[in-house]
Design a protein around this ligand. Structure first.
Ligand SMILES: *Cc1c(COP(=O)(O)O)cnc(C)c1O
Length: 393
């Protein structure tokens, strides 16, 4: 074991906050009543769910009857896309999304293609931005749904959601956005956007895993996805994850209270990291854009190295980082996002993501950057390509 650990993978998941656990604990122990039961133990659970619904609604400036609890970001994405597609299939069968969506969106769209829907996958520019004009041009008479993520989980690019939403609204097309990476990192105000469906996941902002939210704007035609009992006003069946729901309510409340400080802190660590790497490690390139970027996201291509080897060497020192999205790691294919912004395979294979959180200190980052530099020197001395380049200089 390394003597110290520095966790730099907040885009994959965050630790659970003590205050959030405290909020959850009664519903994992003494308050076990089923929220559908009418006696007092049931009502206690029911009240906890409705308190959480209020907290979520307040955090994104929505109405409480537009908030539905799910089992996470993946279910919210599946429900939004399948639900909107099937509820509106009489109007048309065309869906617009992008090449850089999370797999929860991409694989749902791929499945819908097999079921007779047509999907247009828009390409981002070299910085990872999906331009509004592209969306507008892709719209057809039979387009029923547009799904574009709020912020990308790998390269942190923030999309022009308000502009895309306006276009969708003008054309009367349902607009879904996967806001899983946005919530807790940048402001999200439903009233300022033109969004009909929005996905949220608890574990990306210091809440528990296995609980999420789908925001459904009043009047949006959406088919049910999980079928069964009458929970969540007949829209999402299954006995509620009361502890998880209480947890996500507390976590989103804390996240919106501390949003400004959090943004400031993570942006400072991000900029420090980018500056150090660019100035101290040769043959590197920032993936994504610096302007429209999540405050806590760094994604850098290091030439002449394999990201997987770097991850292992960093792990030996106690540093947790990522070579792509959690879903891409474990497979040998390079990230679909990095390929979509035009990186060649070997550069995509040498890309690392560091994502910061509130418990990361400046001292931790200074130490990490020193370790990173050593790791890169070590890995490059083992690279035949790098050595022959040095010889020929
Ligand atoms: C993590 C993530 C998801 C999946 O959320 P889960 O709650 O882990 O299922 C979906 N979309 C994005 C952008 C994510 O980062």
């Amino acid at each position: 074991m390394a003597e110290k650990t520095v966790y730099l993978d907040h885009a994959a998941t965050t630790p659970l906050k003590k205050e959030v656990l405290d909020e959850m604990m009664p519903f994992l122990t003494i308050n076990y009543g089923n929220p559908s039961s009418v006696y007092s133990a049931g009502r206690t659970s029911k009240n906890a769910i409705e308190d959480a619904r209020e907290r979520v609604a307040k955090a994104i400036n929505a109405n409480i009857n537009e908030i539905f609890f799910t089992s996470g970001g993946t279910e919210s994405d599946n429900w939004a896309i399948r639900g909107a597609a099937y509820a509106n299939k009489d109007k048309g069968k065309h869906i617009i999304t992008s090449l850089i969506e999370h797999h929860a969106v991409l694989n749902t769209c791929r499945q819908l293609e097999k079921e007779g829907f047509e999907v247009t996958y828009l390409a981002p520019d070299e910085f990872g931005i999906i331009h509004e004009k592209l969306v507008e041009d892709a719209i057809r008479k039979d387009t029923i749904l547009i799904s574009i993520m709020f912020a990308n989980n790998e390269i942190g690019t923030i999309q022009p959601i308000e502009g895309i939403g306006k276009i969708a609204k003008e054309k009367g097309i349902i607009f879904h956005t996967d806001a899983v990476q946005a919530i807790g990192n940048i402001p999200v105000d439903i009233k300022e956007l033109y969004v009909d469906l929005l996905s949220i996941s608890g574990h990306k902002f210091y809440g528990p895993k296995g609980v999420g939210v789908l925001y459904v704007k009043k009047g949006t035609k959406l088919q049910n996805y999980i079928l069964g009992g009458a929970q969540e006003r007949n829209k999402r069946a299954g006995t509620e994850n009361v502890a998880g729901i209480a947890g996500i309510g507390k976590a989103i409340e804390l996240a919106s209270e501390r949003l400004e400080d959090y943004e400031k802190h993570t942006r400072m660590l991000r900029d420090k990291t980018i500056e150090y790497i660019i100035n101290n490690i040769p043959y590197v390139k920032l993936n994504g854009t610096i302007e429209k970027r999540l405050p806590g996201n760094v994604n850098i291509a290091f030439q002449f190295i394999e990201a997987e080897s770097a991850i292992i060497m960093l792990d030996c020192k106690g540093i947790a980082a990522s070579s792509g999205s959690a879903c891409a790691s474990g497979s040998l294919d390079p990230s679909h996002v990095l390929l979509a912004i035009g990186l060649p395979h070997e550069i995509a294979h040498g890309s690392l993501r560091f994502s910061f959180g509130e418990e990361n200190t400046v001292e931790d980052i200074d130490w990490f950057l020193g370790v990173l530099k050593e790791v890169m020197i070590k890995l490059r001395t083992m690279s035949p390509l790098y050595n022959s380049l040095m010889k020929n200089q």
